[in-house]
Ligand binder design. Structure first.
Ligand code: ATP
Length: 309
C-alpha cells in the first residue's frame, strides 16, 4: 500500500497545483517527468521574499549516485542583480536552475532565498515567486491572449497588450489575421522558437515575480530576432534577481557576475572584463564565438553578393 501511496500523493500534488493555476504547463511536464520525492516538510512555511537574494552554499548534486554532477558550487545573486551561468554543454547549468526551482533536492550543501532554505518553504510559494522563461515554451491550444494572460489570469486586456508590447511581440501579433484572438499551439498557428520565447516573456511580465530564471535558447536565431529577444529579456529582468543560463556570450556582457562552469565546478568567475583579463576558459569561449559569428557574417555577405550578382 505504501508503494501506491507515494505516486498517488504526488499526483494529488500535481492536480492541486494545476487547479490553482500555479504551475505552467512546462513545469507540470517537468514535475511529471521528475522527482516524486520532493515533498513539503511538515512545518514548511510560505517563502517570505524581501529582495529575493539567492545563495548556493557548497551545493553538491547527482542524478545518479555514481555520477556527481555538481561538485561544490557556491555563489550568490544579490537582490535585484543578474548572475549568468556559462560553460560547455553538460557542465551543469540547467541542473542549477532545476535545483533552484526545487525539481530536485541538493545532495549536500544548501540553497536559500532571503535566508530561507528551500527545504523549509512550501513548493507552491517558492514557484509563485520564481518566473521561469524556458528555452522552449509549450503553448496551450488556445488564443494568444489566453497564453499570455496565463501569467496572471486576472490581467485586463490592456495589461495583456502592454506585456506583449514590452516583450517585443505585439507587432507580430497585431499583423495576424485574428490578432490576439488567433489560435496557437499544436492545433493552431505554430510559432517559431523565438516567438514562443517572447510569449513566455510576456507571460512572465504579467506574473511579475521577484526572481527570474532565464534559459536562453540554444537554437540559432537570426540577428533581428536575437536583438528583439534580448530587448525583451532586458525589460523582464530589470530590477529582478535573475539567474541567466546563457549560450551566447554576447548576452552576458552586462551581467553583474559571470560564473564559468566546467564539469560541475566553478572554473572562473567575474565580470566580462575581469574574465577576459584572466585569459582562460572564458576568453577561449569568447574568441571561439566571435570567430564563429564573423564567419557567419562573411557567409551571409557572400550569399547576398551572389544574389545581387
Ligand atoms: P547544455 O548547455 O547542453 O544545456 P548544461 O550545462 O545545462 O548543458 P545539464 O543539463 O545541467 O548541463 O546537465 C549536466 C549533466 O547532467 C549532463 O552530463 C547530463 O547528461 C546530466 N543530466 C541532466 N539531466 C539528467 C537527468 N534527468 N538524469 C540523469 N542525468 C542528467
Amino acid at each position: 500500500l505504501l508503494q501506491l501511496w507515494q505516486p498517488m500523493n504526488f499526483l494529488g500534488f500535481v492536480y492541486r497545483e494545476i487547479k490553482q493555476g500555479l504551475v505552467d504547463l512546462e513545469t507540470m511536464f517537468d514535475l511529471l517527468r521528475q522527482n516524486p520525492e520532493i515533498t513539503d516538510s511538515p512545518d514548511a512555511l510560505p517563502l517570505d521574499v524581501s529582495g529575493g537574494a539567492i545563495r548556493f552554499e557548497d551545493v553538491r548534486f547527482s542524478y545518479d549516485p555514481n555520477r556527481p554532477i555538481l561538485k561544490g558550487i557556491s555563489f550568490e545573486v544579490p537582490a535585484g542583480k543578474q548572475v549568468a551561468l556559462v560553460g560547455p554543454s553538460g557542465a551543469g547549468k540547467s541542473t542549477i536552475s532545476r535545483l533552484l526551482y526545487r525539481f530536485y533536492d541538493v545532495s549536500e550543501g544548501s540553497i536559500s532565498i532571503d535566508g530561507q532554505d528551500l527545504k523549509d518553504v512550501t513548493q507552491t510559494s517558492l514557484r509563485q515567486q520564481i518566473g521561469m522563461v524556458p528555452q522552449d515554451t509549450v503553448l496551450f491550444n488556445d488564443t494568444i491572449a489566453y497564453n499570455i494572460r496565463y501569467g496572471r489570469p486576472s490581467a485586463s486586456e490592456e495589461e495583456v497588450h502592454e506585456a506583449a508590447r514590452m516583450a517585443q511581440i505585439a507587432d507580430f501579433i497585431e499583423q495576424l489575421p485574428d490578432g490576439f484572438e488567433t489560435q496557437v499551439g499544436e492545433r493552431g498557428l505554430k510559432l517559431s522558437g523565438g516567438e514562443k520565447q517572447r510569449v513566455a516573456i510576456a507571460r512572465t511580465l504579467l506574473k511579475a515575480p521577484p526572481i527570474l530564471i532565464l534559459d536562453e535558447a540554444t537554437s540559432a536565431l537570426d540577428t533581428q530576432t536575437e536583438k528583439e529577444i534580448q530587448a525583451a529579456l532586458d525589460v523582464v529582468s530589470k530590477d529582478r534577481t535573475t539567474l541567466l543560463i546563457a549560450h551566447r556570450l554576447s548576452t552576458v556582457i552586462d551581467a553583474d557576475e559571470i560564473i564559468v562552469l566546467k564539469a560541475g565546478e566553478i572554473a572562473e568567475r567575474g565580470t566580462h572584463d575581469e574574465l577576459l583579463a584572466m585569459n582562460g576558459l572564458y576568453t577561449t569561449m569568447w574568441n571561439r564565438q566571435r570567430e564563429a559569428s564573423e564567419a557567419e557574417k562573411k557567409l551571409a555577405e557572400t550569399r547576398a553578393q551572389d544574389v545581387e550578382g
